[in-house]
Design a protein. Sequence first.
Length: 624
Amino acid sequence: MEIINAEIERLVTLLKKDQSEDGSWAYPFDTGIMTDAYMIILLRTLKIDKEELIKQLVERLESKQGQNGSWKLFYDEKEGNLSLTIDAYYALLYSGYRNESDPNIAAARKFIVENGGLKRATMFTKIMLALTGQYPWPTIFPVPIEVMLIPQNPLIDIYDLSVFGRANLIPVILLGNQKFSRKTSQSPDLSKLYSYRTENEEYWEEYRSDEWKSIISTLKRLVKKMVGLPSQLHAMALKNAEKYMLDRIEPDGTFYNYFSSTYYMIFSLLSLGYPSKHPIIQKAVDGLIEMAVKIDGHTHIQYTTANVWNTALISHAMQEAGVGENHSSITKANEYLLLRQHKKYGDWIIHNHKAIPGGWGFSDLNTINPDVDDTTASLRSLYRFKNQYESEWIRGLNWVTSMRNSDGGWPAFERDVDNKLLNLIPIQGAEFILTDPSTPDLTGRTLEFLGNYTQIQPTNKLISKAVHWLHQEQKTDGSWYGRWGICYIYGTWAAITGLMAAGQHPESQEIIDGVEWLKSIQNHDGGWGESCYSDIEKRYIPLKESTLTHTAWALDALISVSENPTPEIKKAIAFLIREGKREDWTTSYPKGQGMANFFYIHYHSYRYIWPLLALSHYKNKYLS
């Protein structure tokens, strides 16, 4: 009991100390070095004098380089990542502070060439290279910009794409149709990065599938049926794409608070004739720079900020740990979250036209792009104050319940955006960015919120249909796939805790199978750990080391179904207490994902949040 209390107190004290003046927790949203590299390339392309920042980013890039010259997406990635290494190599040369003869640059170049060179890069790296004049655009960009004008049809329309997909692909489609590129006098020569050349350098292999050719031919037929001259239609489509972006600029000047969409927007505006010093472009760049954060003494450009997510989770965990409702940390967190509740309509209204704003977004300055997970997290943290903030609570709850998909599960951002035809599009990570389907992790976490923090009964169709959907999504080994975390441990934790909150009996077959799966993958040290390869291979891949976060997730799931502490629970508790202060690669290993094999997230807050929550649940259930 005493050692558990001591660890809880240690974590609570640490979190109290790290709270910002505005009531939020600004722990970094760390996505590796891609945004750092892209920021250098952007600043050099726009000829913006930010030398100190560029030097700092160069230092961070070099601090992450492996001995073989490569950069990795995650610690156990075999050899290294070709595209990420190209990004870093290009940025280091473009910075002007490194040259081709530097040993680390030579090592990176050797790795790149030996692994296929620029032609083997992923699609998004090729797009970045094309934008900056280092790689040819396809002769005919596969998606005509006129898709911006196509009304709703049985095949596809622009609102069939997820909001994340739209935000990134609309500017990319515009740029591809314009074949825009911009080189400068400082642009490095990347010709040595070609392992081989072909006669059709501009013929990207990504666009050669028969399925994609069929979809494109259909889109082109729809475009031809439109009334108007081709030149007029093209101009109208460009204008629509421009308007879409400008209408969704957040207060800090960024497009949806995302680095990538803002990056593409800036280049899109340049292609439309905006000068580099245009106020919209300048403010967008400033907004990206404002996302800079210090990590281990190095400057990192965050993909976005995670203040709302961090604050909602931490405030809730602290309250579960016994921090009083009147404590200044909780009061300040409440004030921060209430100011961040959305009052504006966003794209979610297209498929959910009867709902009114009331959700929460992920980042500090997000005002029009709420998501289900941040909304339930914020409502959990405000639960003890729901009578005090009744109207805000009701608006948030109504928004969450209105977002359930027709299949019974919950998406992240928009209802019923799951057109399976989009998975045929030859875009890297199509299944991760082009649709927004129900997922076990979001559905489980929403059920946990509804079951434990509202008066909605398990017999309500809202609950029963979601429970049925989760049953159908369980894998044959007993696990569930988690879309937004790594990965099967995350999904299984969310599903089990959600089903238990929804009234499922711990002896139901689904719960038994899930629990047995978790027990079967527990490590000898009492912890759990999962590799990012799980979401690449679509099966559970052990990390071969335990992490604090994975252990806390699995432990919390077991606590939710067990009337008394089991041997597995006791071993996990011992691991969290013994290893709580651990500082090694497992604590910085990504626990979140944006896109498999491309975009992984190290939440610096997770090593505190999830162990604190699991330890508190153990104490409250077994020791109170």
